[in-house]
Ligand binder design. Structure first.
Ligand code: ADP
Ligand code: MG
Length: 478
């Protein structure tokens, strides 16, 4: 046998790559290092205990199959886990913060003005375009919001690829208009900019304009006041690509909808691309004229969903990389576990954490992260997730999490499972049925029974009570 660990693992990776999505591959397999091959036992090194558990929980059969394929039926896989805590205090540890410049951030959310509109007094009518020359306007695009920095995941696959198709062939696909909709902070604005940027990148002389629906509305009101509505419409009708963000703000504004309707028709008829975003699906938009809604449906409506844990971690990692920040893995995991429904909050928490640490010259630790997050997400309904509770309980009792989620009736697992259910009931808003589902597919009666058992035991058994107190502290938000 002349195989070595590196080539065997490289072979395994090619198979694995074909069987899972890119994001999962990057998150869970790219960081693995093969360390040795001893007969038919392959040892791989994983970055943390959590990592190991995740692999065992989600990818065990894929891993097993692949390794057997390479090394024969009785091949085995062994893990070597890097102990995170052991490295703390070593100067070259990854527990360092390196914030490049604080100013970078400040420019990010700054309002970009539209020069034609914002021009001071001398120009009487901002929408009159002198002569018939090609328009040369500021597209209002934010260079930070490119496709490159937009992480792809199951949650945004359709919207992202439709956006990409549109960017490659504005006006030339069936996705016209392209309507991107989804909840707050899920990347609508980012994607809208990415489309515009990509078009400008490929075809610099296309006239592309990004405008928020509020700004559009205000411009329109001014135009009415100044008697320049025709010029206003004319200006918008000259776009090759018109991107309007948050069209839900048009709700109830009939006159604005009316003028937009005509602009829309003109652009659509002349094969120009329209990209819209909204926080609601077209069917749920109230106060919007029917004829406009029906236009929205001409093209494609693609939604953005809440990103999965893997995608959230990838977004954080991308962000960190872009900003030159390094964080301990457990902190990233904690952030990604805790903030689940809004990418903007996720990024906000990361930034505050880094800022806080660099201000106070403290290392970024899990404790600091917990403390921070509590402050950061105070006003939104925040709760620990069932997943997180299970992880903490399993770490505490040193049990593999997959057993807790399995149906096994081994005593210590049953106990850990009951404790997880108890905390899930106490600390989350999940239904009993949902808690049961997460904990080995039990029904709601089992969860209730578990809660009762835990309560009883905590009254009668002082060791048990100590477990609960310890866990309660670990799960506490600070
Ligand atoms: P929305 O317009 O839907 O409220 P934004 O586009 O403003 O959300 O996104 C909020 C923040 O989250 C932005 O900083 C954006 O870059 C980031 N973001 C959202 N989705 C992703 C993603 N898939 N990859 C990278 N960053 C993302
Ligand atoms: Mg937005």
């Amino acid at each position: 046998m002349n195989q070595d660990h590196a080539s065997v693992w490289a072979q395994c990776l090619t198979v694995i790559k074909d069987n899972i999505n890119d994001q999962a591959f990057k998150t869970w397999f790219a960081p693995i290092k093969p360390v040795k091959l001893d007969g038919n036992v392959l040892t791989i090194q994983v970055p943390s205990q959590f990592f190991y558990e995740w692999l065992e929980e989600h990818y065990v059969s894929l891993l097993r199959k692949t390794v057997r394929k390479e090394l024969g039926a009785d091949a085995r896989l062994e893990y070597s886990i890097i102990m995170e805590h052991a490295r703390q205090g070593v100067s070259s540890s990854p527990y360092t913060v390196n914030v490049p410049t604080t100013e970078v951030r400040a420019t990010r959310n700054a309002e970009v003005s539209m020069p034609i509109v914002g021009e001071p007094a001398p120009i009487k009518n901002p929408f009159v375009i002198p002569g018939l020359r090609k328009l040369n306007i500021d597209s209002n695009l934010n260079p930070n919001y490119a496709f490159d920095s937009f992480i792809e995941g199951e949650c945004n696959r359709l919207a992202r690829s439709a956006g990409f198709a549109v960017a490659n062939k504005p006006g030339g696909t069936a996705f016209n208009p392209l309507l991107i909709y989804g909840g707050v902070g899920l990347g609508k604005t980012h994607l809208a900019h990415a489309i515009g940027l990509e078009i400008k990148n490929q075809q610099p002389d296309k006239t592309v304009l990004y405008v928020s629906s509020e700004r559009f509305t205000h411009q329109f009101i001014d135009a009415v006041r100044n008697n320049t509505v025709n010029d206003f419409s004319h200006f918008y009708q000259m776009m090759d690509v018109l991107i309007i963000d948050d069209v839900q703000f048009f709700s109830g504004k009939e006159k604005t909808q009316d003028v937009f309707f005509h602009i829309f028709n003109h652009l659509h008829q002349t094969g120009k691309q329209i990209v819209l975003t909204s926080d609601k699906a077209p069917v749920e938009m109230q106060g919007m004229e029917q004829r406009l809604l029906s236009r929205f449906k001409w093209g494609l409506s693609a939604d953005l969903q809440v990103p999965s844990l893997e995608t959230r971690m990838a977004i954080l990692e991308k962000k960190m990389y872009a900003d030159g920040i390094e964080l301990p893995r457990e902190v990233i995991e904690y952030l990604a576990y805790s903030i689940t429904t809004n990418v903007r909050e996720l990024e906000g928490a990361l930034i505050s954490l880094v800022a806080q640490a660099s201000l106070n010259r403290k290392a970024i630790t899990l404790d600091l992260a917990k403390h921070m997050i509590d402050k950061f997400v105070k006003n939104t309904a925040r709760e620990v997730s069932i997943d997180y509770i299970q992880k903490v309980v399993c770490d505490y009792f040193d049990l593999p999490i997959e057993l807790l989620k399995s149906k096994t009736r081994k005593r210590e697992i049953v106990q850990a499972r009951q404790i997880s259910m108890y905390f899930a009931k106490k600390m989350t808003k999940s239904s009993l049925a949902n808690i049961g589902l997460h904990c080995g597919g039990k029904d709601h009666a089992t969860v209730l029974h578990a809660c009762r058992t835990v309560n009883n035991l905590s009254e009668t058994d002082k060791h048990f009570r100590k477990y609960l107190e310890d866990l309660e502290k670990k799960l506490a938000i600070h």
